[in-house]
Design a binder for this molecule. Structure first.
Ligand SMILES: [Zn+2]
Length: 273
């Protein structure tokens, strides 16, 4: 039984500011250390529950944040970007029993959600699938679903945990902090958060057979509200993209097509800065 872990940084216990999450900022080293320790907690939980192989995907920013020599040596680390599956790179490499999302955060525009955004903190105001605003957790759950893999755990602040419980049937959550503002949180002590994540990861792996993958069936329409018209000018260029002011829209035959369009918009929008 193999387990896939995708770990972001904004939803880690003890993290609440941009300076902790941005390469080159004074507090980035603190963020990296806290993130690595939470990854290790999830790996330990997966192994407690009998996982044979654990793959950890570094899923924040340039995806090179985890401290490789401090990561539990029982896990394989997938580091670096860009890649086809982004925060889920490696999900298609073997039949994982379950995917675990650690350090996740709420969607762009959610009040009192710590460092909330959806794939881009600067370019995307909102990302919608078939008309509904979605989080990275849901976007990545559909990606796992493409390969028949369910999501068993989401950890982060109270906001992302509430969304995960509502939209990912059977998922377990660990609230490591309460959002008080975009860059303000009441956090559990990181060691307590890690103990809870380890226990929940083990429960999620043991409970994997009861979970159902989140599958997007039929054509999928993805829409993004961009933060400005210059970004929209560029994101409207790929074939089959419709545009309405700052909004771009694409319908793919499969979810993966829609996801790859989102990734294309992400990089085009970044080029428009
Ligand atoms: Zn992140």
């Amino acid at each position: 039984m193999d387990v896939f872990i995708s770990i972001d940084m904004e939803g880690v216990a003890g993290v609440a500011t941009r300076e902790q999450c941005r390469r080159g900022a004074d507090d980035y080293g603190i963020g990296r250390r806290l993130m690595t320790a939470e990854a290790n907690a999830a790996v330990a939980g997966a192994v407690d529950a009998g996982a044979d192989q654990v793959v950890v995907r570094d899923a924040h920013g340039d995806m090179a944040n985890l401290l490789p020599d401090e990561l539990d040596r029982r896990a394989e680390l997938i580091i670096g970007s860009p890649s086809a599956h982004a925060m889920m790179e490696g999900i298609d490499t073997r039949p994982f029993a379950v995917a675990l999302f650690v350090g996740y955060h709420a969607a762009a525009g959610v009040e009192a959600a710590v460092l909330a955004h959806t794939y881009s903190g600067t370019s995307f105001h909102d990302v919608r699938i078939d008309g509904r605003s979605v989080t990275e957790a849901e976007l990545n759950a559909w990606l796992a679903g493409e390969y028949g893999i369910p999501v068993g755990l989401v950890t982060g602040d109270d906001r992302i945990c509430a969304v995960a419980e509502a939209r990912l049937p059977g998922v377990r959550t660990v609230k490591v902090k309460r959002g008080h503002g975009f860059t303000v949180a009441a956090s559990r002590h990181p060691e307590d958060a890690r103990a809870a994540i380890r226990a929940a990861a083990a429960d999620a792996v043991r409970g994997a057979p009861e979970l159902t993958p989140t599958v997007a069936s039929g054509p999928v329409t993805i829409e993004v509200d961009l933060t400005d018209l210059r970004r929209a000018d560029l994101c409207a260029l790929p074939p089959h993209v419709e545009r309405d002011g700052r909004t771009v829209r694409y319908t793919g035959e499969r979810y993966l097509d829609a996801f790859h369009c989102l990734r294309t918009w992400l990089h085009l929008a970044a080029a428009a800065r």
